[in-house]
Ligand binder design. Structure first.
Ligand SMILES: [Zn+2]
Ligand SMILES: [Zn+2]
Length: 417
């Protein structure tokens, strides 16, 4: 049934439209209304043709019994009738801000947000009556759309759920040789590739709701934080790895106890590859649950980087982390000065700054460790490593990440009372 399949794909496209328009109230409302209509027309297309397909009536009836007790499905049918025939949904927008000033002090709270306010309006509402002295750093504005007749569910999450229901129905009406529907000419979407459920990957996002946007207060520009999931190059075998780095690839373990091993690992990367990229390992107990890379260039972005890491800690429910980076630091006298050129690249080496390998670990039971290893570069640009200095005190920039280890899920900020 290609027509039904195409309408389901329309709903997928409209889900993306609504997601992209999350901070643009009118565009969001339009996209969400179209999405409800596409869901309904997927079902209508199948219902109209059920008799022309052997066993079609029975299949549809069976599916209808599965959605009978589904309150999200019932809400969607009503909502669609409302927007098509009568009026708009009674949308409600919840918003709150987290603000990190350049001195690492933090402010924030819930915002009374009129549904029609844009991201810029929300930011202005927050800054109203704030003293000039704290108008620096980055502000993260988060938002969540709900309908007043279904106040406990975020709308795109509802849409993802409905999509899953309808995908099952559409699949039930496929003939055996039609399962892939490759001749429909539907647009290729990355989120459809290698998926292992009835929903595309983009919709498996429940834990990340609500949606937020980070803005640099000095420019009012949105900051795009890049978090890259870190995967091993599959073409490099375990044997190749061990030849290059030795037996350093067992990453599971208690993050605090692993920190020294991680420093050895990072030192090795630095000497073998001449660089050690910033990466974050997240743990639940002794199990490694997430690995990613995160980059920051300017100072406001650095603040956003810590917020980004905290968010990822919350999303994964991690209770420990192990962070590694190569960083600039205040220069320690008595250590050999770095040369200015390395591999043909000229470094802007400030006389008062040095390079350091940094490993930071913390767990939700309150243990913390920060390891630093200064290094200089010789005339050929190769790193010459100093000794490892250890402390249990972390800088103030880590507070937001450490708090996230013990934190409530972000969604709890939205519970209605
Ligand atoms: Zn199909
Ligand atoms: Zn998608």
């Amino acid at each position: 049934m290609p027509d039904a399949h195409r309408r389901l794909d329309d709903a997928h496209a409209e889900w993306h439209d609504a997601f992209d328009a999350y901070f643009d109230p009118h565009r969001f409302r339009r996209s969400f209304n179209s999405l409800l209509a596409s869901f309904q027309s997927t079902i209508d297309t199948i219902a109209r043709r059920k008799r022309s397909i052997p066993g079609g009536e029975e299949t549809l009836k069976q599916w209808e019994t599965t959605v009978k007790g589904d309150r999200l499905y019932k809400w969607a049918v009503k909502a669609r009738n409302l927007v098509v025939h009568e009026a708009d949904l009674s949308l409600h927008s919840l918003a709150w801000v987290e603000h990190a000033a350049l001195d690492h002090s933090r402010y924030g709270g819930k915002l009374e947000a009129a549904p029609e306010s844009s991201a810029d309006d929300l930011l202005s509402a927050y800054l109203l009556n704030k003293p000039e002295s704290i108008r620096s750093g980055v502000v993260k504005v988060s938002r969540k759309w709900v309908d007043n007749s279904l106040p406990d569910k975020e709308l795109l999450e509802v849409a993802s759920h409905l999509y899953g229901r309808l995908a099952v129905l559409v699949a039930a009406f496929h003939s055996d040789d039609e399962v892939l529907c490759s001749d429909l000419g539907l647009p290729e979407r990355d989120c459809n590739k290698n998926r292992d459920s009835s929903r595309p990957k983009c919709m498996a996002w429940g834990g990340q709701a609500p949606i937020s946007r980070t803005v640099d207060l000095s420019t009012r520009h949105e900051l795009a934080m890049e978090i890259m999931s870190f995967k091993r190059d599959p073409s490099v075998s375990q044997q190749d790895l061990e030849q290059r780095y030795g037996r350093f690839f067992k990453l599971d373990g208690d993050p605090i106890k692993e920190s020294l091993q991680q420093m050895r690992r990072a030192s090795l990367y630095l000497t073998v590859d001449s660089e050690a990229m910033p990466w974050m390992l997240l743990y639940k107990g002794s199990n490694l649950v997430d690995t990613f890379q995160i980059s920051a260039v300017s100072k406001p972005t650095l603040l956003a980087m810590f917020s980004g890491m905290a968010e990822r800690v919350r999303a994964t429910g991690a209770d420990g982390f192990l962070f590694t980076a190569e960083a600039w630091t205040t220069w320690h006298p008595g250590v050999k000065r770095p040369v200015h050129q390395h591999k043909g690249t000229f470094y802007d080496v400030k006389p008062d700054r040095g390079e350091v390998l940094l490993v930071v670990a913390a767990t939700s039971d309150g243990r913390r460790v920060s390891l630093q290893r200064h290094f200089a570069r010789d005339e050929a640009g190769w790193p010459v490593l100093g000794r490892v200095v250890s402390t249990t005190r972390l800088g103030p920039e880590w507070r937001v990440v450490v708090e996230a280890l013990n934190g409530l899920p972000l969604n709890s900020a939205f519970r209605r009372d």
